[in-house]
Design a protein around this ligand. Structure first.
Ligand code: HEM
Length: 242
């Protein structure tokens, strides 16, 4: 039987999806479902020991280097997966080279961890995250969930984090915070609004929305696992003067 690719790409993987609203005529907004569905996970990420202490200026430069080395592994896998699936209509709706972070992370690493190969860093959490990202290629909606979780976060709280790092580490202008700078996106707010509008225009049914939201939660939990891994070494990362 001949299958239309566009139709296939709108179909979530088989599984125990909750379809409680599938029989109503009102399809909820995907972007709202993603935000509301991950509210608790977002709060947990904001309150994680590692992020809280980093943003309170209590951690040293080794701490941020350790985070950035792990994020290199994550974005390497995310951006490769997105490029591979760029023709998928769901992925195409969010794919934008202006968001890509790998080159910015590499530039920042020359300041935070010069000469360290991110691939050589022992991080079960980063490996698990990268493995999940590679598997997400099986349905475009899963990759969209990961894309949203990282890039909309980077365009939101990330801006504040960049300013805090500059202050905490007394960074010279333009050094070490390229990760938080989006030269191709001068105004994050309208960009995020347009991004959410494109999500809502995808036309996913209730089951598809459930599947994407479930993967957003997975993505948040993978980030939380990165923070938990880093928290295990928190004593090594505390600033002596804090
Ligand atoms: C201490 C850490 C964090 C802070 C202070 C923070 C802060 C924020 C703020 C203020 C917003 C709302 C921006 C707006 O209304 O336009 C936001 C949105 C967002 N954050 Fe975070 N965040 C943090 C951590 C994270 C993490 C670890 C992730 C995931 C990896 C994340 C993912 C997101 C996403 C996806 C959004 C967009 C929500 C939406 O509008 O749909 N955040 N964040």
């Amino acid at each position: 039987m001949c299958q239309d690719n566009a139709v296939l790409s709108r179909r979530p993987p088989e599984g125990p999806l909750v379809t409680s609203v599938a029989d109503t005529t009102v399809t909820p907004s995907l972007s709202l479902a993603m935000r509301e569905g991950s509210r608790a996970e977002h709060e947990a990420a904001e309150n994680s020991t590692f992020m809280s202490e980093l943003l309170d200026g209590k951690l040293n430069a080794d701490a941020y280097a350790a985070l950035l080395l792990r994020l290199h592994r994550v974005y390497d896998a995310l951006e490769a997966a997105v490029r591979e699936q760029a023709a998928d209509p769901l992925v195409a709706a969010v794919h934008d080279a202006a968001l890509e972070r790998l080159a910015a992370i590499e530039a920042d690493l020359t300041h935070w961890a010069p000469g360290t190969d991110p691939a050589g860093v022992d991080s079960p959490a980063a490996s698990a995250y990268a493995t999940r990202l590679r598997a997400a290629g099986e349905w475009g909606g899963l990759l969209v969930a990961h894309h949203y979780t990282r890039y909309l976060g980077d365009l939101s709280g990330g801006q504040v984090i960049g300013r805090i790092l500059t202050r905490t580490f007394d960074l010279p202008e333009g050094v070490g915070v390229a990760f938080y700078e989006f030269p191709g996106i001068p105004k994050p707010k309208p960009y995020k609004d347009a991004y959410r509008a494109r999500l809502d225009d995808l036309g996913l049914d209730a089951a598809g929305i459930e599947a994407v939201v479930a993967e957003v939660k997975v993505a948040f939990n993978l980030n939380q696992a990165l923070f938990a891994e880093l928290s295990a070494d928190i004593e090594d990362y505390r600033r002596l003067d804090s």
